[in-house]
Design a protein around this ligand. Structure first.
Ligand code: ZN
Length: 302
């Protein structure tokens, strides 16, 4: 059986160039080192990368649970999702138990982790990364409008999301941040094998509640922009009365609920087509169980 344990995906969105560059550089750096032993690499959406587009027909990162129908069976991404699962999925020809999918965002999120659902293995991996790098975690769950994410098609998987960076723009500060994570992942399996990794006492994360759209007029045109006080303030809590949007007449639209909320993906360019101006989250803390590591080791046959 293949020794590859972690599949690194870059270019799942073809207009996010920095993860692709970082992987290229990393592969060069590690070609003769043991770091390459447990890692496999693939480009998620090569055709859209060539075109500089997020996707060709549909968003690949929403296509991993889509039933094939006569209307979508020719869609490039629907078939690409099948190809990736058939190659690298559990039952695939070159199976990898863990997937790490690298993305960038135009919002000021910094370096962060995105989890989908509450799988113990994902918590284990996320806790390891959080304790090493202090990264904030967005737990995306219970969102009926958004499903079919790539990492959900593997038994364990996370997204690394870094921003802000414009689409189709190379930024070496962003690529270097990906390299730090890639380096850590390159050593992770041997460190786990040799019991060099323990879990922190707890993991903290921001749980998805709902997403909000831009205010719109009767023609459904956007009628207010993200308020300047919200820009680059992802992960920061807001209370009732704090500004969200600013319209053309300088009217401020405020947050109206009583409960403190933490907005993320504020103004993400790719989400305008999904009618999302930002997503609201609540903070949660979970005690880590050292047993998670044992479960993780046996899952990986280590
Ligand atoms: Zn992306």
């Amino acid at each position: 059986m293949s020794e590859k344990k972690i599949l690194i995906v870059s270019g799942t969105h073809g207009n996010e160039l920095n993860p692709v560059w970082a992987v290229k550089k990393f592969k060069n750096l590690i070609s003769k080192s043991p770091k390459s032993k447990f890692l496999e690499f693939t480009i998620g959406n090569p055709k859209s990368l060539e075109e500089g587009l997020r996707y060709i027909d549909v968003d690949l990162n929403r296509s991993f649970n889509v039933l094939k129908t006569s209307s979508n069976q020719k869609f490039y991404e629907i078939n690409r999702a099948d190809y990736l699962i058939n190659k690298y999925g559990c039952q695939g020809s070159e199976p990898c138990p863990i997937v790490v999918d690298l993305h960038t965002t135009t919002s000021g999120m910094g370096t962060s982790i995105v989890m989908y659902g509450r799988r113990q293995r994902d918590f284990c991996l996320a806790a390891i990364l959080q304790s090493k790098f202090g990264l904030p975690i967005y737990l995306h769950e219970k969102d009926k409008n958004q499903t079919g994410f790539l990492v959900e098609a593997w038994p364990c998987g996370l997204v690394i999301e870094i921003g802000p960076v414009a689409q189709n723009h190379y930024d070496s500060e962003i690529t270097e941040r990906f390299l730090i994570i890639l380096n850590f992942l390159g050593d992770l399996i041997s460190n786990l094998k040799n019991n060099r990794i323990s879990l922190p006492n707890e993991i903290s994360f921001f749980v998805h509640q709902n997403s909000i759209d831009y205010p719109r007029n009767e023609n459904y045109d956007i009628k207010a922009l993200i308020h300047p006080l919200r820009i680059n303030n992802d992960w920061k809590g807001i209370d009732e009365g704090e500004p969200l949007f600013l319209d053309i007449n300088d009217n401020v639209h405020t947050y109206k609920e009583k409960e403190i909320i933490y907005p993320l993906f504020i103004g993400e360019a790719a989400y305008r087509e999904k009618n999302i101006a930002m997503s609201f989250t609540k903070k949660e803390i979970l005690k880590c169980d050292q047993e998670w590591i044992n479960g993780f080791l046996s899952f990986l046959n280590l």
